[in-house]
Design a protein around this ligand. Structure first.
Ligand SMILES: *[C@@H]1O[C@H](CO)[C@@H](O)[C@H](O)[C@H]1NC(C)=O
Ligand SMILES: *[C@@H]1O[C@H](CO)[C@@H](O)[C@H](O)[C@H]1NC(C)=O
Ligand SMILES: *[C@@H]1O[C@H](CO)[C@@H](O)[C@H](O)[C@H]1NC(C)=O
Ligand SMILES: *[C@@H]1O[C@H](CO)[C@@H](O)[C@H](O)[C@H]1NC(C)=O
Length: 225
């Protein structure tokens, strides 16, 4: 009798130490770009005798917003129409799916697992949604002989490609045109490939040459670099 109580206590202790350890698979931080489909995991390692009572996803904005809840008995309930929750095999956790994210979706997401017999476990994931930002936008006007630099923000592990008339002009984050001439005038297209998402931006570079510079400048109130 005493032995089995001790045994239970021991296995609960063991379970408790496992819970405090890293037996929940989740991500501390996820970076994604606008438009991407994002999946947040929160999955408990399967243990004999340990059960999920409920899983709740919420997000901290001004007040804590509930997003989705699940219980093995009642199933999934979604508080928002634009999220889904995918329960993993044997109810040991879930993925929160956010399709086509916007910058608004940035923030801290909480995954609250209520378990039997160990009670609640919370994990937090910081989601950062980035958009492609460049130091100039749209149209760049420059005088012949000057330099043009267009610098865009850096996504780790992204591929950059600048093209003009479908020809590659640069493969770095920034476009640098030195001592520009008339021939540099044109539309430059930046495509950024982040692995699962492709972003695109267009720049119209106009090189002002000769005497009609002043005429062009006066009738156009666009940014000069
Ligand atoms: C789920 O649990 C059942 C019974 O415990 C087991 O037979 C099955 O293999 C489990 N499935 C997975 C994918 O772990
Ligand atoms: C979900 O809807 C809210 C408004 O109800 C919106 O602000 C948010 O960007 C949407 N999220 C996704 C992933 O579409
Ligand atoms: C353009 O860039 C070159 C090389 O970096 C530099 O030597 C030159 O001074 C620059 N010209 C102007 C107008 O900034
Ligand atoms: C680029 O800008 C010039 C004037 O700055 C304009 O005349 C031209 O139509 C623009 N081209 C494109 C493709 O936007």
């Amino acid at each position: 009798m005493a032995g089995s109580v001790l045994g239970t206590a021991f296995s609960l202790l063991l379970l408790a130490s496992i819970i405090q350890g890293q037996n929940v698979f989740y991500k501390e931080k996820i970076e994604a770009v606008v438009g991407q489909d994002v999946r947040l995991p929160c999955i408990m390692e399967k243990r004999t005798g340990l059960h999920i009572v409920s899983i709740e996803w919420s997000k901290n904005n001004d007040e804590n917003t509930k997003l989705a809840v699940y219980s093995p008995k009642f199933g999934v309930y979604l508080f928002r129409t634009n999220v889904t929750m995918q329960i993993v095999d044997n109810s040991t956790g879930s993925y929160l799916n956010l399709p086509g994210v916007t910058e608004w979706d940035s923030g801290i997401y909480y995954c609250d697992l209520t378990t039997f017999p160990l009670g609640s476990i919370r994990r937090e994931t910081e989601l950062k949604i980035k958009d492609l930002m460049c130091d100039v936008s749209g149209t760049v006007e420059v005088s012949a002989g000057e330099n043009v630099t267009i610098q865009c923000n850096v996504f780790s592990d992204a591929q950059y490609r600048w093209t003009k008339n479908k020809e590659m002009v640069s493969e770095s984050e920034s476009l640098e045109l030195l001592w520009v001439t008339d021939a540099d005038t044109g539309v430059y297209i930046l495509t950024v490939n982040t692995g699962n998402r492709r972003l695109r931006k267009e720049f119209n570079v106009t090189v002002l040459t000769g005497n009609h510079n002043h005429k062009d400048r006066s009738c156009d109130s666009v940014t000069t670099v």
